[in-house]
Design a protein around this ligand. Structure first.
Ligand code: BES
Ligand code: ZN
Ligand code: ZN
Length: 485
């Protein structure tokens, strides 16, 4: 369970507290004995980043922030400091914990709390026995003593809820989260947050002739689904909608080009893009961001069963283009391409797709950056880069030169679904670009969306990559429009 966030107006002397410090000075609100104070100051002056004082009736955690670095680095330092303290906090078994700060920047308490909340996440719903670790608990209430307003704290609460939700979906194995279950989870999220969700079933997908989604689905016993999400507030600040597209492969075996060795092990999470899009809608709708948004989520598993699609197949896509299948494991781009061309009917301002698309993106950036490929206006790119730094879900741009399209030419169809071994992330992006006339930002989260081990508060397998990035981007985009109008 995620702890509740409550704003408080005073700290009582017996409450356990985390205090973030910018200077080696302990504020009046933190009650310590003379000896405890002297000890703390000595530790801080010696360069300790955090000091823990276990008094008889409460615990005090002092966290020192380095002065003078760029603000976005300091923000991340605080999130990481929070994750560094999670074990100690759990061991102390608090029911409530106060978080406050002194002489640091305004959002310090928010950032620390965010890091703490994201670190507390665990996926343990299928555990039926308690182990040693389960006997201690994280605090169920975080009491914030700070200047942040109601709107900011609501945002923090909804955003961290959204990341938890994305992680839950990403962690569910396919025997519990198949196509139908994912579609119904998206519907539930819509009801809960107030955005519309329409689910197209197989019959409708066939009628629309979404050849990419249908081809990938051929080896599966479960029918595909195509979810259309819509958030259309009363007075949107954008005239043409923004579109988010998420890859919803509930399991990627590779299909007939089956994944060997250990490459299949984490492929229950190949729907991370779909989870991210749903979670972004959740945050945007809950906070009534005044933007008209459409979400498109094609869903299926990729399996080698029965009449599975094969190498050499030629598929006719939703937009009537033909694709030669060079490899059945390059399935993500096929389902996304149908969604991206379907987006044209909305005449969008911008399309953003997010997907665990290529091993190549992970090889290039590891888990440090989301690979971005785009032909969109610079104003969107620089805003996305800024937001990436701010929330520390950084985006790094790959070249998107026309020459790369040469690599996905086909001799028998309009295009081929693989290039060569080289520039794999870019050729996948180039493939998607061919399916729309509208500006596209393609985000490949293969490196950041599925992790092999915990990266501080980004948890193994389910970091929820892109939720904080895109939610913040849309919030700021809306604020920017408001100013212009
Ligand atoms: N879902 C995978 C990409 C992936 C790999 C995501 C590792 C996360 C971690 C995708 O469908 C895939 O299999 N891509 C192939 C494409 C290749 C056949 C052109 C890849 O990257 O190897
Ligand atoms: Zn694949
Ligand atoms: Zn895949």
């Amino acid at each position: 369970m995620k702890p509740e966030i409550i704003k408080i107006s005073q700290i009582s002397p017996d409450q356990s507290v985390v205090c973030i410090l910018g200077k080696d000075i302990i504020p009046e609100s933190i009650r310590l004995s003379k000896a405890e104070k002297e000890y703390s100051l000595k530790q801080l002056r010696a360069g300790e980043k955090s000091v823990f004082i276990n008094s008889y009736f409460k615990c005090t955690y002092l966290v020192k922030v380095k002065e003078g670095s760029e603000i976005f680095r300091t923000k991340e330092e605080l999130r990481k400091a929070a994750s560094g303290l999670k074990k100690l906090i759990k061991d102390n078994n608090h029911t409530e914990l106060v978080i406050t700060s002194d002489k640091v920047y305004k959002e310090a308490v928010e950032d620390f709390t965010e890091g703490l909340l994201l670190s507390f996440y665990s996926f343990d719903k299928y555990k039926t026995r308690e182990d040693e670790d389960d006997k201690k608990n994280y605090p169920s209430k975080l009491l914030l003593y700070c200047d942040s307003g109601k709107t900011e704290l609501k945002w923090l609460n909804d955003l961290t809820d959204a990341v938890y939700f994305a992680r839950d979906l990403i962690n569910e194995p396919v025997n519990h989260l198949n196509t139908a279950v994912l579609a119904s989870e998206i519907q539930k999220a819509g009801k809960n947050a107030g955005f519309k969700v329409e689910v197209l079933n197989k019959g409708k997908i066939e009628a629309l002739k979404m050849g990419g989604l249908l081809a990938v689905n051929k080896g599966s016993v479960d029918p595909p689904a195509f979810c259309i999400l819509e958030w259309n507030p009363a007075k949107p600040v954008n005239r043409k909608p923004l579109i988010l597209v998420g890859k919803g492969i509930v399991y990627d075996t590779g299909g007939l080009n089956i994944k060997t060795d250990n490459y299949m092990s984490q492929m229950k999470s190949d729907m991370a893009g779909a989870a991210t899009v749903t979670s972004v809608f959740y945050t945007v709708a809950r906070n009534k961001i005044p933007l008209h948004l459409i979400g498109l989520i094609p869903i299926t598993d990729n399996r080698p069963g029965g009449n599975a699609y094969t190498q050499g197949d030629i598929i006719t896509m939703f937009n009537k283009m033909t694709v030669e299948v060079g490899n059945t494991d390059a399935e993500g781009r096929l389902i996304l391409a149908d969604a991206i061309s379907y987006a044209s009917k909305y005449k969008p301002e911008l399309i953003i797709d997010i997907a665990t698309l290529t091993g190549s993106a992970a090889m290039t950036f590891s888990n440090q950056a989301i690979a971005m490929m785009t032909n969109a206006d610079k104003k969107y790119i620089s805003l996305l880069e800024d937001c990436g730094n701010l929330v520390y879900e950084r985006v790094a741009q790959l070249p998107f030169w026309e020459e790369y399209s040469e690599m996905i030419k086909s001799t028998v169809a309009d295009i081929r679904n693989i290039g060569g071994r080289e520039a794999g992330a870019i050729t996948a992006g180039k493939f998607l670009e061919r399916f729309t006339e509208f500006p596209l930002i393609h985000l490949d989260i293969a490196g950041t969306g599925i992790l092999k081990k915990d990266d501080h508060y980004r948890i193994k397998e389910g970091p929820g990559s892109g939720v904080r990035l895109l939610s913040t981007f849309l919030k700021q985009l809306a604020a920017g429009y408001k100013k212009m109008n």
